[in-house]
Write a protein that binds this ligand. Structure first.
Ligand code: GLA
Length: 403
């Protein structure tokens, strides 16, 4: 067992070593050299949870962990991609996409190709090798990182990268996940994976897709605690929450005919019309509406360097996700409580969809190992599970290099 945060971060993330491993694997699997390297990061969301599909605000950060593909375009429409982690291949023809919807990670690759071609673009195939170090199934958007890296590979490999803006890449990859893979996610994960920036969080308006870079405080850093608890029922519960929000909007429209989404409703209006809503639907709406307010308040506090206020808002967000939105779990609550009780921690909350996965804490710079030690000491006692802890910095969004 390893509980040194630097070693864990280095051993999994060590990107120079990983890149060399990708090049070696390419040379082993194919003849010739790769032409492009496409990479895309996972994300951690600081605040603004379950607001993206309500046309609201989110404030995520791109991680130092990413998915990377080295590739060489082909003359024909065959795609061959070897996964270094899974030691497995996905191979298909772009002209025969519809027939093969049953492969696990290869499905995301097909979905991205399908989404881009469905918009009328012509793609060419490629030979490639892929590797990722975003923990999977942990609420850190490993699938968005995969989709966005694949989009970079296709767009550059096919010479059509100039035909897409960043938000359009985010929309194309979200559509792949919604309509091809069949997961009804919002736009946040793909958007930050494309448009993240080093040392910044990204305030995204999920209605207009306008975005603003918010500098991260220089005297604080982020620690992520992975509960290592499985996210059972996550997708059905996620869809149920979405439906409850839509029901809330439809009900409130009786009195507020101009609203289109919970984004348009203020806390005061919700309080005024509370009696219209079933108690559970009221709670779901209450989370979303107050969470939007918390995102904007967090941005203000970050601008004035008020880290205590940022931490307080993060902890309030967790409480709201736990009590009103009911997407926490006993492991997430345990992780957040351990983090919040650490010296040097401003605040902590679950991050991502919830139901398991990770929590994020804002901590005084230099206190990362102290927080990690506290987690490794206290979390297993509460849950009987050995966690993982990652330190991260806000990193750049997706890039493609010519090699
Ligand atoms: C998942 C989805 C996102 C978002 C979050 C919750 O990560 O993919 O679109 O809805 O859950 O904030």
């Amino acid at each position: 067992m390893n509980n040194n945060i630097d070693e864990i971060t280095e051993s999994i993330a060590g990107s120079g070593k990983r890149f060399q491993m990708l090049l070696d694997a390419f040379h082993e699997k194919y003849t010739g050299d790769p032409i492009y390297a496409a990479f895309a990061p996972g994300r951690v969301n600081l605040i603004g949870e379950h607001t993206d599909y309500n046309d609201g605000f989110v404030l995520p950060v791109a991680l130092t962990r990413n998915v990377c593909i080295v590739l060489r375009p082909r003359e024909d429409d065959t795609v061959r991609l070897y996964s270094a982690e899974y030691n497995s291949w996905t191979e298909f023809k772009l002209s025969e996409l519809e027939d093969e919807r049953n492969q696990a990670w290869g499905n995301y690759v097909r979905g991205v190709a399908w989404s881009i071609m469905q918009q009328g673009h012509k793609l060419t195939g490629f030979d490639g090798v892929i590797s990722g170090n975003v923990p999977r199934g942990s609420g850190l958007s490993s699938s968005a990182a995969l989709e966005v890296a694949v989009a970079g590979a296709f767009l550059y490999g096919s010479g059509i990268n100039n035909e897409f803006t960043g938000p359009e890449v985010a929309q194309a990859t979200q559509r792949a996940e919604n309509e091809y893979v069949g997961v009804n996610c919002g736009i946040m994960d793909q958007f930050i994976s494309v448009l993240g920036a080093k040392d910044h969080a990204l305030l995204i308006d999920c209605r207009s897709l306008e975005y603003t870079l918010i500098p991260m405080p220089t005297d604080a850093s982020l620690v992520i605690g992975n509960t290592k608890a499985s996210r059972s029922l996550a997708s059905s519960a996620y869809n149920e929450r979405r439906a409850q929000c839509e029901l809330g909007v439809a009900t409130l429209q009786q009195k507020l005919p101009n609203i289109r989404a919970l984004r348009d409703v203020t806390s005061a209006q919700l309080a005024e019309h509370r009696s219209l809503l079933e108690p559970l639907v009221y709670q779901r709406c209450h989370h979303v509406i107050t969470e939007n307010e918390r995102v904007l308040a967090t941005v203000q506090a970050m601008k004035t360097g008020d880290l205590a206020r940022v931490g307080e808002l993060m902890s309030q967000s967790h409480q709201s996700l736990r009590d009103d939105y009911a997407v926490s779990s006993k492991e997430l609550d345990a992780m957040v409580e351990v983090m919040q009780n650490c010296p040097g921690c401003y605040g902590a909350r679950l991050t991502g969809a919830g139901f398991g996965g990770c929590a994020v804490a804002l901590v005084t710079q230099g206190q990362e190992q102290v927080v990690a030690d506290a987690i490794f000491n206290a979390y297993p006692k509460k849950t009987d599970i050995w966690p993982e802890v990652y330190a991260t910095q806000a990193s750049d969004g997706a890039r493609v290099w010519t090699l």
